[in-house]
Design a binder for this molecule. Structure first.
Ligand code: SF4
Ligand code: SF4
Length: 296
């Protein structure tokens, strides 16, 4: 671990209580996503973000957006009501590092108020810098997920419609190459600063289903800890709208092949950006009302 970074002390933050990383914690512990990151710096061909949705359950969907201060108030109200929340995560509905000020401020506020909370983050990796990773480590953010859909620019380039970086727009293979470079860099920083690195890969039939193994091989050699192969959820008004959803055989094959290189997560619930509670728990109506009242 580099100097000036204090790794989380096990007696203060119990890392085993993260239900996504430890299946045994699923029945006892839950997580809350704080929707503080509305913007995105790329367009994935499977994503259609929706900010006031209450009926759907998928990533990118949230019933509202909160400022960092509103998110803390909301979290305090939730923590008064329940004692099973072990993890606070930021996962959109856009990308946390397309909204770095909001993301970092939220983590600072939550860490100050809840010193034993597990902090978790999920990003496409493009906007991460070593500065941010260093501060995340100082705030004892312990679990970082990078979503990577290929390690070959030709394949990754089919998943991204565009990526915006340094005021330039990258498309096709160039977007693929840029994303791969930034994502691998992000994985190496996360490990350098002593955090747990998860790699999410969306299984897109005919695009990267035969390539996931290469992703696993590459990121495991860099020290990534766990991989989560998530089946594509064909979503209306996206490029992949009419693609088939990966069947059980394809999902199983992906996990077996990737499993030769690294641990596989098999119980992902493909959560909303404002998910709360146990992984299997649907969003309750009173939580919708509460989160919306906090955003006013
Ligand atoms: Fe959507 Fe996330 Fe992709 Fe951005 S990075 S386009 S929010 S799936
Ligand atoms: Fe955990 Fe998957 Fe939900 Fe993220 S999307 S909180 S990894 S179950």
């Amino acid at each position: 671990t580099p100097e000036n970074v204090t790794p989380p002390k096990p007696n203060e933050i119990n890392l085993d209580n993260h239900p996504c990383f430890n299946r045994e914690a699923c029945s006892s512990h839950g997580r809350i996503h704080l929707p503080v990151a509305p913007k995105c710096n790329i367009q994935c061909n499977y994503c259609n973000r929706d900010f006031d949705c209450v009926n759907e359950s998928r990533p990118g969907v949230t019933s509202t957006i909160l400022s960092p201060g509103q998110a803390l108030v909301y979290l305090e109200k939730i923590m008064e009501k329940r004692d099973d929340i072990a993890v606070v995560g930021i996962a959109g509905p856009g990308d946390p590092f397309a909204n770095p000020n909001e993301t970092m401020e939220t983590f600072r506020l939550v860490r100050e108020r809840f010193p034993s909370m597990i902090l978790c983050l999920s990003t496409n990796g493009l906007g991460l810098t070593e500065e941010y990773v260093k501060e995340l480590a100082e705030l004892q953010v312990s679990h970082v997920t990078i979503t990577m859909n290929g390690v070959d620019p030709k394949i990754a380039g089919q998943v991204y419609a565009w990526a915006r970086h340094d005021k330039r727009i990258f498309r096709h293979e160039k977007a693929g190459a840029l994303m791969i470079e930034k994502q691998l860099q992000a994985v190496s920083w996360i490990k350098k600063y002593g955090m747990i690195a998860k790699v999410n890969s969306i299984i897109v039939p005919g695009v990267n289903d035969e390539h996931l193994e290469e992703i696993a091989k590459t990121v495991s050699s860099m020290g990534a800890d766990i991989m989560n192969c998530i089946p594509l959820l064909p979503t209306k008004d996206t490029v992949f709208e009419n693609y088939p959803e990966p069947d059980a055989k394809m999902r199983f094959a992906a996990r077996i092949k990737c499993g030769e290189y690294m641990n596989q997560m098999t119980h992902c619930a493909r959560c909303r950006a404002d998910a709360i509670g146990k992984l299997s728990e649907p969003m309750a109506d009173d939580v919708h009302e509460l989160i919306q009242s906090c955003s006013r």
